[in-house]
Design a protein around this ligand. Structure first.
Ligand code: CP
Length: 349
Protein backbone atom coordinates (compact mmCIF):
# COMPACT_ATOMS: atom_id res chain seq x y z
CA UNK A 1 0.00 0.00 0.00
CA UNK A 2 1.55 3.28 -1.15
CA UNK A 3 -1.21 5.68 -0.12
CA UNK A 4 -4.22 5.47 2.20
CA UNK A 5 -6.83 8.05 1.26
CA UNK A 6 -9.91 6.37 -0.16
CA UNK A 7 -11.70 3.12 0.63
CA UNK A 8 -10.31 1.52 -2.54
CA UNK A 9 -6.81 1.76 -1.05
CA UNK A 10 -7.64 -0.90 1.55
CA UNK A 11 -8.99 -3.43 -0.97
CA UNK A 12 -11.42 -6.15 0.13
CA UNK A 13 -13.23 -4.87 3.24
CA UNK A 14 -13.86 -8.33 4.70
CA UNK A 15 -10.13 -9.08 4.51
CA UNK A 16 -9.35 -5.73 6.12
CA UNK A 17 -11.86 -6.45 8.92
CA UNK A 18 -10.34 -9.89 9.47
CA UNK A 19 -6.90 -8.30 9.68
CA UNK A 20 -8.23 -5.78 12.19
CA UNK A 21 -9.58 -8.62 14.32
CA UNK A 22 -6.25 -10.44 14.11
CA UNK A 23 -4.39 -7.34 15.31
CA UNK A 24 -6.94 -6.72 18.04
CA UNK A 25 -6.33 -10.24 19.32
CA UNK A 26 -2.56 -9.61 19.43
CA UNK A 27 -1.51 -5.99 18.97
CA UNK A 28 2.20 -6.81 19.03
CA UNK A 29 2.17 -9.73 16.59
CA UNK A 30 3.87 -7.70 13.85
CA UNK A 31 6.33 -5.78 16.01
CA UNK A 32 9.26 -6.97 13.86
CA UNK A 33 7.91 -5.15 10.79
CA UNK A 34 8.70 -1.65 12.09
CA UNK A 35 12.17 -2.25 13.46
CA UNK A 36 14.44 0.65 12.44
CA UNK A 37 11.60 2.28 10.51
CA UNK A 38 10.38 5.78 11.27
CA UNK A 39 6.90 7.28 11.01
CA UNK A 40 6.67 11.06 10.61
CA UNK A 41 3.32 12.54 11.66
CA UNK A 42 2.73 16.08 10.41
CA UNK A 43 -0.05 18.14 11.95
CA UNK A 44 -1.26 21.38 10.42
CA UNK A 45 -4.28 21.16 12.76
CA UNK A 46 -5.11 20.05 16.30
CA UNK A 47 -5.77 16.46 17.30
CA UNK A 48 -6.25 14.20 20.31
CA UNK A 49 -7.33 10.78 19.00
CA UNK A 50 -5.42 10.75 15.71
CA UNK A 51 -2.23 11.89 17.39
CA UNK A 52 -2.34 9.28 20.16
CA UNK A 53 -3.83 6.31 18.29
CA UNK A 54 -1.49 6.66 15.30
CA UNK A 55 1.54 6.92 17.56
CA UNK A 56 0.36 3.89 19.56
CA UNK A 57 -0.23 1.86 16.40
CA UNK A 58 3.27 2.68 15.14
CA UNK A 59 4.78 1.74 18.50
CA UNK A 60 2.86 -1.57 18.48
CA UNK A 61 4.53 -2.30 15.14
CA UNK A 62 7.99 -1.50 16.54
CA UNK A 63 8.38 1.83 14.69
CA UNK A 64 10.09 5.00 15.81
CA UNK A 65 7.83 8.07 15.67
CA UNK A 66 8.54 11.75 14.98
CA UNK A 67 5.72 14.27 15.42
CA UNK A 68 5.81 17.73 13.86
CA UNK A 69 3.20 20.34 14.78
CA UNK A 70 3.65 22.81 11.97
CA UNK A 71 1.97 25.63 13.88
CA UNK A 72 3.85 25.09 17.13
CA UNK A 73 7.62 25.37 16.90
CA UNK A 74 8.26 24.82 13.18
CA UNK A 75 8.73 27.48 10.53
CA UNK A 76 5.38 28.54 9.17
CA UNK A 77 4.91 26.84 5.80
CA UNK A 78 3.71 28.37 2.55
CA UNK A 79 1.61 25.81 0.66
CA UNK A 80 0.83 27.67 -2.57
CA UNK A 81 3.14 28.14 -5.56
CA UNK A 82 3.71 31.44 -7.29
CA UNK A 83 3.43 33.63 -4.21
CA UNK A 84 5.92 36.25 -3.05
CA UNK A 85 6.78 35.03 0.42
CA UNK A 86 6.96 38.41 2.15
CA UNK A 87 4.50 37.49 4.93
CA UNK A 88 4.90 35.39 8.08
CA UNK A 89 5.64 32.10 6.25
CA UNK A 90 9.39 31.45 6.21
CA UNK A 91 9.60 28.14 4.35
CA UNK A 92 7.87 26.62 1.36
CA UNK A 93 6.26 23.20 1.61
CA UNK A 94 8.07 22.15 -1.58
CA UNK A 95 11.45 22.36 0.16
CA UNK A 96 10.13 21.20 3.53
CA UNK A 97 8.57 17.99 2.17
CA UNK A 98 11.72 16.37 0.73
CA UNK A 99 13.69 17.46 3.79
CA UNK A 100 11.14 15.87 6.14
CA UNK A 101 10.95 12.79 3.94
CA UNK A 102 14.69 12.27 4.25
CA UNK A 103 14.21 11.55 7.97
CA UNK A 104 11.45 8.94 7.74
CA UNK A 105 9.96 5.92 5.96
CA UNK A 106 6.22 6.66 6.14
CA UNK A 107 4.39 10.00 6.43
CA UNK A 108 0.99 10.76 7.99
CA UNK A 109 -0.56 14.14 7.15
CA UNK A 110 -3.28 16.13 8.91
CA UNK A 111 -4.33 19.19 6.93
CA UNK A 112 -7.93 20.38 7.14
CA UNK A 113 -9.97 22.16 4.51
CA UNK A 114 -9.74 25.95 4.53
CA UNK A 115 -13.43 26.09 3.49
CA UNK A 116 -12.90 29.21 1.36
CA UNK A 117 -11.76 27.68 -1.95
CA UNK A 118 -13.66 24.51 -2.87
CA UNK A 119 -11.46 23.71 -5.84
CA UNK A 120 -8.27 23.94 -3.75
CA UNK A 121 -9.74 21.83 -0.93
CA UNK A 122 -11.31 19.15 -3.14
CA UNK A 123 -8.09 18.83 -5.16
CA UNK A 124 -6.42 17.76 -1.86
CA UNK A 125 -3.64 20.18 -2.76
CA UNK A 126 -1.53 19.78 0.39
CA UNK A 127 -1.87 16.00 0.65
CA UNK A 128 -1.01 15.55 -3.02
CA UNK A 129 2.12 17.64 -2.63
CA UNK A 130 3.29 15.22 0.07
CA UNK A 131 2.55 12.27 -2.20
CA UNK A 132 4.30 13.85 -5.16
CA UNK A 133 7.40 15.31 -3.52
CA UNK A 134 8.16 12.98 -0.59
CA UNK A 135 8.73 9.72 -2.45
CA UNK A 136 7.40 7.95 0.66
CA UNK A 137 4.14 6.12 1.46
CA UNK A 138 1.65 8.74 2.66
CA UNK A 139 -1.61 8.34 4.59
CA UNK A 140 -4.34 10.82 5.46
CA UNK A 141 -4.79 11.62 9.16
CA UNK A 142 -7.80 13.79 8.15
CA UNK A 143 -7.18 15.99 5.19
CA UNK A 144 -9.28 18.50 3.27
CA UNK A 145 -11.90 16.00 2.11
CA UNK A 146 -11.27 12.64 3.80
CA UNK A 147 -10.69 10.96 7.16
CA UNK A 148 -10.23 7.29 6.21
CA UNK A 149 -8.63 6.13 9.49
CA UNK A 150 -11.83 7.27 11.24
CA UNK A 151 -14.13 5.64 8.70
CA UNK A 152 -12.23 2.35 8.91
CA UNK A 153 -12.43 2.44 12.74
CA UNK A 154 -16.16 3.17 12.45
CA UNK A 155 -16.62 0.18 10.15
CA UNK A 156 -14.71 -2.06 12.58
CA UNK A 157 -16.97 -0.82 15.40
CA UNK A 158 -20.17 -1.39 13.42
CA UNK A 159 -19.02 -4.88 12.45
CA UNK A 160 -18.23 -5.81 16.06
CA UNK A 161 -21.50 -4.43 17.41
CA UNK A 162 -23.62 -5.96 14.67
CA UNK A 163 -22.13 -9.36 15.32
CA UNK A 164 -22.85 -8.99 19.06
CA UNK A 165 -26.42 -7.84 18.41
CA UNK A 166 -27.02 -10.79 16.09
CA UNK A 167 -25.56 -13.26 18.55
CA UNK A 168 -27.71 -11.86 21.36
CA UNK A 169 -30.89 -11.95 19.25
CA UNK A 170 -30.21 -15.38 17.76
CA UNK A 171 -30.27 -13.87 14.27
CA UNK A 172 -27.28 -15.78 12.94
CA UNK A 173 -27.60 -18.69 10.56
CA UNK A 174 -25.63 -21.94 11.08
CA UNK A 175 -22.73 -20.89 8.85
CA UNK A 176 -22.33 -17.58 10.69
CA UNK A 177 -22.46 -19.26 14.08
CA UNK A 178 -19.71 -21.64 12.98
CA UNK A 179 -17.65 -18.71 11.68
CA UNK A 180 -18.21 -16.81 14.91
CA UNK A 181 -17.05 -19.78 16.93
CA UNK A 182 -13.84 -19.88 14.91
CA UNK A 183 -13.42 -16.10 15.47
CA UNK A 184 -13.25 -15.30 11.78
CA UNK A 185 -14.90 -12.21 10.40
CA UNK A 186 -18.51 -12.63 9.30
CA UNK A 187 -19.85 -10.72 6.29
CA UNK A 188 -23.09 -8.94 7.12
CA UNK A 189 -24.76 -10.80 4.26
CA UNK A 190 -24.62 -13.97 6.32
CA UNK A 191 -26.83 -12.44 9.01
CA UNK A 192 -30.58 -12.53 8.48
CA UNK A 193 -30.68 -8.72 8.14
CA UNK A 194 -28.18 -6.09 7.01
CA UNK A 195 -27.62 -3.27 9.50
CA UNK A 196 -29.36 0.01 8.75
CA UNK A 197 -26.78 2.78 9.16
CA UNK A 198 -27.92 6.42 9.13
CA UNK A 199 -25.53 9.35 8.75
CA UNK A 200 -27.31 12.38 10.15
CA UNK A 201 -26.26 16.02 10.00
CA UNK A 202 -26.57 17.81 13.37
CA UNK A 203 -26.19 21.51 14.23
CA UNK A 204 -22.95 23.21 15.28
CA UNK A 205 -21.80 26.72 16.12
CA UNK A 206 -18.83 26.72 13.73
CA UNK A 207 -18.32 25.83 10.09
CA UNK A 208 -16.79 22.35 9.95
CA UNK A 209 -15.19 20.48 7.03
CA UNK A 210 -16.83 17.55 5.23
CA UNK A 211 -13.95 15.09 5.65
CA UNK A 212 -15.61 12.84 8.23
CA UNK A 213 -19.03 12.53 6.54
CA UNK A 214 -17.34 12.18 3.12
CA UNK A 215 -15.24 9.22 4.25
CA UNK A 216 -18.02 7.68 6.32
CA UNK A 217 -20.32 7.79 3.28
CA UNK A 218 -17.65 6.39 1.00
CA UNK A 219 -16.88 3.49 3.36
CA UNK A 220 -20.54 2.69 4.11
CA UNK A 221 -21.30 2.64 0.38
CA UNK A 222 -18.57 0.05 -0.01
CA UNK A 223 -19.64 -1.96 3.04
CA UNK A 224 -22.40 -4.50 3.36
CA UNK A 225 -24.94 -2.19 5.02
CA UNK A 226 -28.23 -0.43 4.26
CA UNK A 227 -26.99 3.16 4.20
CA UNK A 228 -29.10 6.35 4.45
CA UNK A 229 -27.96 9.99 4.69
CA UNK A 230 -30.15 12.68 6.22
CA UNK A 231 -29.53 16.44 6.33
CA UNK A 232 -31.31 19.74 5.66
CA UNK A 233 -31.50 20.78 2.00
CA UNK A 234 -28.29 22.35 0.73
CA UNK A 235 -25.98 20.01 2.67
CA UNK A 236 -25.70 17.38 -0.10
CA UNK A 237 -22.31 15.66 0.03
CA UNK A 238 -20.13 15.49 -3.05
CA UNK A 239 -21.29 12.58 -5.27
CA UNK A 240 -17.71 11.28 -5.28
CA UNK A 241 -18.35 10.25 -1.67
CA UNK A 242 -22.14 10.02 -1.34
CA UNK A 243 -22.35 7.82 -4.43
CA UNK A 244 -25.77 6.28 -4.82
CA UNK A 245 -26.64 6.42 -1.12
CA UNK A 246 -30.27 7.16 -0.32
CA UNK A 247 -30.82 10.73 0.90
CA UNK A 248 -33.87 11.34 3.12
CA UNK A 249 -34.52 14.97 4.08
CA UNK A 250 -36.94 14.02 6.87
CA UNK A 251 -34.57 13.15 9.72
CA UNK A 252 -37.13 11.26 11.85
CA UNK A 253 -38.18 9.17 8.85
CA UNK A 254 -34.53 8.39 8.07
CA UNK A 255 -33.90 7.25 11.65
CA UNK A 256 -36.83 4.82 11.76
CA UNK A 257 -35.54 1.30 12.55
CA UNK A 258 -31.92 2.39 12.33
CA UNK A 259 -29.35 0.07 13.91
CA UNK A 260 -26.61 2.72 13.91
CA UNK A 261 -27.00 6.51 14.10
CA UNK A 262 -23.84 8.35 13.02
CA UNK A 263 -24.18 12.03 13.90
CA UNK A 264 -21.89 14.70 12.48
CA UNK A 265 -22.01 18.34 11.56
CA UNK A 266 -20.61 19.56 8.29
CA UNK A 267 -20.70 22.89 6.50
CA UNK A 268 -22.18 23.34 3.04
CA UNK A 269 -20.25 21.14 0.56
CA UNK A 270 -21.15 23.54 -2.27
CA UNK A 271 -22.58 20.82 -4.51
CA UNK A 272 -25.88 22.45 -5.40
CA UNK A 273 -24.68 26.03 -4.85
CA UNK A 274 -20.87 26.50 -5.13
CA UNK A 275 -21.08 30.04 -3.66
CA UNK A 276 -22.29 28.53 -0.37
CA UNK A 277 -19.21 26.31 0.01
CA UNK A 278 -18.08 26.19 3.65
CA UNK A 279 -21.05 28.19 4.94
CA UNK A 280 -23.42 27.35 7.79
CA UNK A 281 -26.85 27.08 6.19
CA UNK A 282 -28.77 25.87 9.24
CA UNK A 283 -28.54 25.81 13.01
CA UNK A 284 -31.82 23.97 13.43
CA UNK A 285 -31.67 22.47 16.91
CA UNK A 286 -34.46 20.02 16.13
CA UNK A 287 -31.71 17.97 14.43
CA UNK A 288 -29.80 17.49 17.72
CA UNK A 289 -29.83 13.78 18.56
CA UNK A 290 -31.79 13.24 21.76
CA UNK A 291 -33.73 10.35 23.29
CA UNK A 292 -36.77 11.10 21.10
CA UNK A 293 -34.63 10.60 17.99
CA UNK A 294 -33.12 7.39 19.33
CA UNK A 295 -36.60 6.11 20.30
CA UNK A 296 -37.63 5.61 16.66
CA UNK A 297 -34.57 3.46 15.92
CA UNK A 298 -34.32 -0.31 16.34
CA UNK A 299 -32.47 -0.06 19.67
CA UNK A 300 -29.94 1.90 17.61
CA UNK A 301 -26.39 2.63 18.67
CA UNK A 302 -25.18 6.23 18.74
CA UNK A 303 -21.89 7.02 16.97
CA UNK A 304 -19.72 10.12 16.59
CA UNK A 305 -16.04 10.48 15.70
CA UNK A 306 -15.32 12.95 18.57
CA UNK A 307 -14.60 15.61 19.61
CA UNK A 308 -18.29 16.39 20.02
CA UNK A 309 -20.12 19.46 21.31
CA UNK A 310 -22.82 18.31 23.70
CA UNK A 311 -26.13 20.13 23.48
CA UNK A 312 -25.58 20.83 19.79
CA UNK A 313 -24.84 17.46 18.17
CA UNK A 314 -26.15 15.21 20.94
CA UNK A 315 -27.67 15.39 24.40
CA UNK A 316 -25.84 14.24 27.53
CA UNK A 317 -28.18 11.32 28.15
CA UNK A 318 -27.67 9.85 24.66
CA UNK A 319 -23.89 10.13 24.55
CA UNK A 320 -23.55 8.84 28.11
CA UNK A 321 -26.15 6.10 27.66
CA UNK A 322 -25.61 2.35 27.20
CA UNK A 323 -26.14 2.62 23.43
CA UNK A 324 -23.32 5.09 22.85
CA UNK A 325 -20.34 3.72 20.92
CA UNK A 326 -18.16 6.81 20.96
CA UNK A 327 -15.46 5.27 23.18
CA UNK A 328 -15.16 1.93 21.29
CA UNK A 329 -14.95 3.94 18.03
CA UNK A 330 -12.07 5.99 19.39
CA UNK A 331 -10.35 2.85 20.71
CA UNK A 332 -10.64 1.22 17.29
CA UNK A 333 -8.59 4.07 15.80
CA UNK A 334 -5.53 2.24 17.10
CA UNK A 335 -6.65 -0.88 15.24
CA UNK A 336 -7.51 0.77 11.92
CA UNK A 337 -4.18 2.57 11.89
CA UNK A 338 -2.32 -0.62 12.80
CA UNK A 339 -3.75 -2.36 9.72
CA UNK A 340 -2.76 0.56 7.47
CA UNK A 341 0.78 0.88 8.82
CA UNK A 342 1.27 -2.88 8.74
CA UNK A 343 0.30 -2.99 5.07
CA UNK A 344 2.57 -0.08 4.23
CA UNK A 345 5.48 -1.70 6.05
CA UNK A 346 4.84 -5.03 4.33
CA UNK A 347 4.46 -3.73 0.81
CA UNK A 348 6.77 -0.78 0.36
CA UNK A 349 9.76 -0.83 2.63
N1 CP B 1 -11.78 11.80 15.50
C1 CP B 1 -10.58 12.43 15.41
O1 CP B 1 -9.90 12.41 14.40
O2 CP B 1 -10.18 13.02 16.58
P1 CP B 1 -9.00 14.07 16.68
O3 CP B 1 -9.39 15.26 15.86
O4 CP B 1 -8.90 14.39 18.16
O5 CP B 1 -7.73 13.45 16.17
Amino acid sequence: MRTFINVEDIGDLNLALAEAQEIKNDRFKYQHLGKNKTLLMIFFNNSLRTRLSTQKAAMNLGMNVIVLDVNAGAWKLETERGVIMDGDKSEHLLEAIPVMASYCDIIGVRSFAGLTDREYDYAETVLNQFIRYSGKPVFAMETATVHPLQAFADLITINEEWRMKNEECGMMDEESTAAANSSSIIPHSSFKKRPKVVLTWAPHCRALPQAVPNSFAQWMNAADVDFVITHPEGYELDPKFAGGARVEYNQMKALENADFVYAKNWSCPGVTCPDDYGKILSKDMSWTIDSAHMAVTDKGKFMHCLPVRRGLIVTDDVIEGPDSLVIPEAANREISCSVVLKRMLESNL
